[in-house]
Design a protein around this ligand. Structure first.
Ligand SMILES: NC(=O)c1ccc[n+]([C@@H]2O[C@H](COP(=O)([O-])OP(=O)(O)OC[C@H]3O[C@@H](n4cnc5c(N)ncnc54)[C@H](O)[C@@H]3O)[C@@H](O)[C@H]2O)c1
Length: 252
């Protein structure tokens, strides 16, 4: 049963969540609605429509297209009256050495994981400035700071998310808008399924190397997003909050 002290932490807030059809984004959209928020859930996968309810509008769209960001923000305002929160979460990873990575593939990773975050952040901050309040939570990664072989575009794109978070945080806080990120560790989702059939099993196994000895359930990331999105995190600005079972603090 949910903790009664936490169930209303985002009550009455209006959020845009990207990449909400699957995995972490889906868990975030569901948790925000459970805790009283209204959500515009964006994904290019039509499965996003499964989430539609009185409290959630599903919007099918590509986060790399400028007009999708504007449409998502406008939908929040038209349907729910305002925009309080943006969760930039949509993501894509490839697994290839740099020498085998085509320009097209590099640009795809950067477009989804970095440019999309920029486009949605810009549209959201513009809508939040007149309200003098708001919050943005970006889904970053331990790959924002550390690397494995064969994920250079992904690591570069997530490094950009960390620096977008910090730099935009300085601009936005002048308007009462807090920008933060979650540095996620291994979470069992379909993220790797674009290049390997056993993506979920791989993530389950890989997480065992974290000090906590396991991977996360998407809900464990969503919990921290809900906190950072809420007024309880009123003094948290420009932070990359690591949620990785201790992965990033160990040397070996
Ligand atoms: N799963 C992990 O271990 C892990 C670790 C660190 C960070 N992350 C990050 O978490 C975020 C969510 O990933 P996930 O693990 O839930 O993966 P997922 O594949 O389950 O979900 C990603 C979602 O993003 C959507 N998406 C991708 N490109 C899009 C586009 N151009 N337009 C609209 N929607 C698009 C997909 O359709 C999908 O629904 C990503 O940013 C990912 O990099 C995941």
């Amino acid at each position: 049963m949910a903790d009664p002290n936490m169930v209303s932490e985002v009550d009455g807030k209006v959020a845009v969540v990207t990449g909400a059809a699957s995995g972490i984004g889906r868990a975030i959209a569901e948790l925000l609605v459970e805790r009283g928020a209204k959500v515009v859930a964006v994904d290019w996968d039509e499965k996003v429509s499964e989430l539609a309810s009185e409290s959630l509008v599903a919007l099918k769209g590509d986060v790399t297209v400028e007009s999708t960001a504007d449409e998502a923000v406008q939908t929040a305002i038209d349907r729910f009256g305002k925009l309080d929160l943006l969760v930039n979460n949509a993501g894509y990873i490839n697994y290839q050495s740099v020498v085998d990575t085509s320009l097209e593939e590099w640009e795809k990773v950067m477009a989804i994981n970095s440019t999309g975050y920029f486009l949605f952040s810009r549209a959201a901050v513009k809508a939040m400035i007149p309200n003098k309040s708001g919050a943005i939570v970006n889904i970053a990664s331990y790959a924002s700071f550390f690397a494995f072989k064969d994920i250079a575009p992904y690591a570069a794109s997530k490094g950009a998310v960390a620096q977008l978070t910090r730099s935009l945080a300085l601009e936005a806080i002048e308007h009462g808008i807090r920008v933060n990120a979650v540095g996620s560790g291994d979470v069992v989702t379909n993220l790797l399924n674009t290049f390997r059939d056993d993506g979920r099993e791989f993530l389950t196994e890989h997480g065992k190397a974290a000090p906590i000895g396991r991977s996360a359930d998407p809900r464990e990331i969503a919990e921290v997003v809900a906190f950072l999105a809420s007024d309880r995190a009123s003094f948290v600005v420009g932070s990359i909050f690591m949620v990785d079972g201790g992965y990033s603090v160990q040397i070996a």
